[in-house]
Structures are given as structure tokens and as C-alpha cells.
Design a protein around this ligand. Structure first.
Ligand code: SF4
Ligand code: SF4
Length: 381
């Protein structure tokens, strides 16, 4: 997902060099997906894994769940992915970015039959799913199929968000391997320039570590975690992450280390604009506003900056293109107040949604959405 880019395209020579460099030093799990780099990630990985590299790694890729309209589509995408990757099997195949709704849609199209058959004929070795929904739906999906593994967003800020710690422990208790994505929240927790209030806390650490190392070590400290996807786009990131991984065993952080990370997590929370935990109790909204996701993106913008990138993300996520095509923008709120009593955090939801509308939408929204669709090769639903 984060291969080096030159002139708006993957820098092929450098990317292949990086992948092989990492494998030569012990990386044995490589994750890609249909839409990454506008569809160019899988073919690039296929090239990188020639010359004997294929059999030295486990390859993971994902069914683009939002593009599936029929049972036949599933086989069509999988076969195309095998071709793109130049392989006869996907070691770890995921249904991409599930939530409760997208799982129900795929289930209705017969995805269990698809997975059963693809495992039987050997195109898939292990079946799993990646998840970006609410905690209760996570457990429901875990229980719905004999998965071998799942992939969740997890880092020291997201302990109670999406699957969260509860989901991590639940999946592990069901003997699922747990792959962690976003261990640094899209790289933000690892930025060398941290917000000053956060850096002050890091400076108190007895053992000096970079923010990225702290973030990764915190995730690896959990015995339930099987693999951490530490996105890397620079050679120095590979070296740094390999160095961290060498020392990062479950339970290897001290009590003092863990409480320092907790203080950083609390500080980040203070910098958040809305104290939304993403619990989803306010849903559904009669105007179909995706309330928790609006607040997630709004907080992301205020905690980490890089406003333009977050606004692109917001435009695409709220369009509904990645799920069922139904938009959920903050501006759809009609201020009916129905959600107010449902929020355990007593957040004045309509007021904050008005702020989200002001700061993240405006006249540029449609333009951003058009560009995001082009980059992701997504058609408007
Ligand atoms: S106040 Fe807005 S967000 Fe809340 S339920 Fe009504 S329309 Fe939905
Ligand atoms: S606004 Fe409140 S109820 Fe809705 S997801 Fe956030 S914390 Fe939960």
C-alpha cells in the first residue's frame, strides 16, 4: 500500500529492491490488495516475487468487497489477482474492509460458498477478513465462518475503537491469527515531528525510542498479535522496523514503558476535537449520516494535521462507494436530535457535525471525491 512513488507512479525499480531487501532480512508476510496504487500494487508484487522470492513469503491479498455484485464476480476477481501476482495460490485471502453491512451483502451473494470452493481447489490457502466496523459486528463476523485469521486496526489510540482490545482478545480466543494494520495509525503515530505536548512525554522515557518504535513495540507487546503490518516506504523504515522487531517480544515492555505510552495516548485524546469512541450507539441516523466515521476523520485532521489528505479520505469514505453506495456526509444531518439521547458520551452530535461540514466539506468536496475515485479506480454507485 505504501510503495515508493515517482512521477505519480510506483517507482518500480526501487519498490522491487525494497521488497527483496526486506525478504532477504527475514520478512515473510507481504500484504497487498486490489485497489492499492490504483491497481498497480498486485502486479508490482508479482514482479518482485519472481526469481525465487515467491516461495520465501506468505502472500496476502483481498477481495474488493465493495465491487462485488454477483457470486461470479468473486471468482473473477480472485482469478485476476492470481494472474496479477503471477502465482497459483494466495496464502492469506481476505474479504476487504468488512463492516456489518458489507458482510451481510457479501453473505447474501454467497461468499461462504466462494471461500469454501476456493480453499478446496487450492486458489486460497487461508481465508480471513479485514475489518473497519463496530465491535459487535466484529464478533458476529468472527463467529460466522471458520476463518483462519482476521485483520484489524489496532494501535495505542484505538484500544476501544472498531474491533479494539476486546475484539483482539475475542479473535485470539477463537484461535484466529490476528494481523494488525494501522499500528501507527496511517504512519501518524510514527511521525518524527510529534505534537509538542506529546513529544514532552516521550522525552521522559528512560529508554530512548523513536515514536515509530514505541508504537510498534506497544502492538507487538500483546501475545494475541500474530503479525504487524508496518507500512514502509523508505529504506530507512525497513531497517528501523526490522530493528524494532528483533527486540519486540510479547510482554517485553516494562510497566513504566506501558504507562508512558498510556500517557501519550491520553494526551492525543486531549488533542481530539470530539470525544467519540466510535461505539455506534447513535446509529442508525434517519438521514444516514455516518456519525462515528465523520468524527473519526475530523479528529484525525485535528490531531495530526495534513488536512488536505484527510479531506480526500473523508470525501471518499463518506460517499458510501466502499460499502453500499449510500452517502453519509455530515452535511446530511437535519438536526432532528434523534441521536442525542443514544450517545453514552453525551456528545452534542448535531453541533459537531455542523463543524465537520464547515471544515471538511465546502465547494471542493465533489472535486475531491472525483479525484479520489480516479485514484482508487472506483466507479460512482
Ligand atoms: S441530529 Fe443529525 S445526526 Fe442526529 S439523528 Fe438527526 S439527522 Fe442524524
Ligand atoms: S457519537 Fe457517541 S454514540 Fe455515536 S459513535 Fe460517537 S461516542 Fe458512540
Amino acid at each position: 500500500m505504501r510503495l515508493p512513488v515517482k512521477d505519480a507512479k510506483i517507482d518500480e525499480k526501487r519498490a522491487i529492491g525494497q521488497i527483496r531487501y526486506a525478504i532477504d532480512r527475514g520478512v515473510n508476510y507481504v500484504d497487498t490488495a486490489w485497489p492499492y496504487h490504483s491497481g498497480e500494487s498486485e502486479p508490482l508484487l508479482g514482479k518482485a516475487l519472481k526469481d525465487g522470492y515467491r516461495d520465501r513469503v506468505k502472500v496476502a491479498t483481498k477481495l474488493p468487497s465493495w465491487m462485488i455484485k454477483t457470486r461470479e464476480d468473486m471468482d473473477r476477481y480472485l482469478d485476476a489477482q492470481l494472474e496479477r501476482l503471477g502465482t497459483d495460490r494466495i496464502d492469506y485471502y481476505l474479504l476487504h474492509a468488512l463492516n456489518g453491512t458489507s458482510w451481510d451483502i457479501l453473505d447474501g451473494f454467497g461468499v461462504r460458498d466462494f471461500l469454501d470452493r476456493a480453499r478446496e481447489d487450492g486458489r486460497i490457502v487461508n481465508a480471513g477478513f479485514s475489518f473497519h466496523g463496530l465491535g459487535d459486528d466484529f464478533k458476529r463476523i468472527v463467529d460466522a465462518y471458520p476463518w483462519v485469521f482476521c485483520q484489524i486496526q489496532y494501535n495505542y489510540l484505538d484500544q476501544k475503537y472498531q474491533a479494539g482490545t476486546e475484539g483482539l482478545k475475542y479473535a485470539a480466543s477463537k484461535n484466529l491469527g490476528v494481523i494488525v494494520m494501522e499500528p501507527l495509525r496511517g504512519g501518524n503515530l510514527g511521525l518524527p515531528e510529534q505534537p509538542p505536548a506529546v513529544q514532552t512525554i516521550w522525552n521522559e522515557a528512560k529508554t530512548k525510542r523513536t515514536p515509530a518504535e514505541w508504537g510498534l513495540r506497544w502492538v507487538w507487546n500483546h501475545p494475541e498479535v500474530t503479525v504487524v503490518l508496518s507500512g514502509m516506504n523508505d529504506e530507512s523504515h525497513i531497517d528501523e522496523n526490522l530493528y524494532s522487531a528483533d527486540a519486540a517480544f510479547a510482554g517485553s515492555l516494562t510497566e513504566a514503558d506501558i504507562s508512558l505510552v498510556e500517557r501519550v495516548s491520553l494526551k492525543y485524546r486531549e488533542l481530539m476535537k470530539v470525544g467519540c469512541t466510535g461505539c455506534g450507539y447513535c446509529m442508525p441516523c434517519p438521514s444516514e449520516v455516518m456519525i462515528p466515521i465523520c468524527f473519526e476523520e475530523y479528529n484525525r485532521m485535528h490531531m495530526f494535521g495534513d488536512n488536505e489528505a484527510v479531506k480526500f479520505r473523508y470525501a471518499l469514505r463518506m460517499s458510501g462507494d466502499l460499502v453500499d453506495g449510500r452517502p453519509g456526509y455530515a452535511s446530511q444531518c437535519v438536526q432532528c436530535g434523534e441521536c442525542l439521547d443514544k450517545c453514552p458520551q453525551q456528545i452534542p452530535i448535531p453541533e459537531f457535525l455542523a463543524q465537520v461540514t464547515d471544515e471538511m466539506e465546502g465547494p471542493e468536496l465533489q472535486k475531491r471525491l472525483t479525484i479520489a475515485r480516479q485514484v482508487m479506480k472506483i466507479e460512482a454507485k
